[in-house]
Ligand binder design. Structure first.
Ligand code: SF4
Length: 235
């Protein structure tokens, strides 16, 4: 017989407990993209699509030294820009986004990155996920970043059954207090990269085992599970 789903109160309580345990596990979880300004983070996040943060961090020192302002990106020579960002993959589409982004920031926002979701998502190459990364990490506005790790772990924790990022964001947002949203995003991504990976989660070596309704989705034997844990760094 399938066990009854937890009551709403039990679900909220468990979700907050998992968040607290993750905070203890990963006290220094942070955005793994290197940046010093909202514009740099916005560009780095666009480049991180289908690419590792580590790879983006190899490219951005040259990129950020060459283009310092939105106007610099708007006026960039396409071939030169493409060459710099080539190794991040999908470089033609990304160059389009970055050129368009520079232009749109100059045309509509006085060359500054806007600090709100409604404006950010009007920019080329900027979806809700990118906007929330920038809000949470460059503006201090709490944001839930639903990437592949976040979505997988939120489902494994039983916080949602949705696959649509916007619905996941709303359902998880209703469980966890708003001030925690940005750090919660980092914590889930860190745990997803290191322990609760997509194909074989390291359940037998997972500190959340007793709280997680998906315990057993990966090997529960400690020795086997330990070998699956990845230590990073990922940036
Ligand atoms: S117990 Fe398994 S499924 Fe649950 S969080 Fe840990 S590794 Fe992931």
């Amino acid at each position: 017989m399938t066990p009854d789903p937890p009551s709403r109160t039990a679900l909220v309580r468990r979700a907050r407990r998992i968040n607290r345990e993750l905070a203890q596990l990963y006290p220094d979880a942070h955005c793994e993209l290197n940046f010093t300004t909202p514009l740099e983070l916005l560009v780095a996040t666009i480049l991180s699509a289908q690419c590792t943060d580590k790879r983006v961090n190899l490219v951005t020192p040259v990129l950020f030294a060459r283009y310092r302002t939105a106007a610099d990106y708007a006026a960039a020579d396409r071939a030169e820009l493409e060459k710099i960002i080539q190794s991040t993959g999908f470089f033609r589409a990304k160059a389009n986004s970055v050129l368009g982004l520079g232009q749109a920031l100059c045309d509509r926002f006085g060359g500054q990155v806007p600090g709100n979701l409604a404006d950010l998502v009007t920019l080329p190459g900027v979806g809700r996920k990118t906007a929330n990364v920038v809000l949470g990490n460059a503006f201090g506005v709490p944001g839930i970043t639903v990437d592949t790790h976040f979505a997988r772990l939120a489902r494994r924790f039983g916080w949602t059954t949705q696959t649509d990022p916007e619905k996941i964001e709303a359902e998880v947002g209703a469980l966890i207090p708003r001030p925690e949203w940005t750090m919660l995003s980092h914590r889930l991504i860190w745990h997803g990269r290191r322990v609760c990976q997509a194909r074989r989660p390291a359940c037998g070596a997972c500190a959340l085992a007793r709280l997680c309704p998906s315990f057993g989705e990966g090997p529960t034997d400690e020795d086997t599970a330990r070998k699956l844990v990845r230590t990073g760094p990922f940036s």
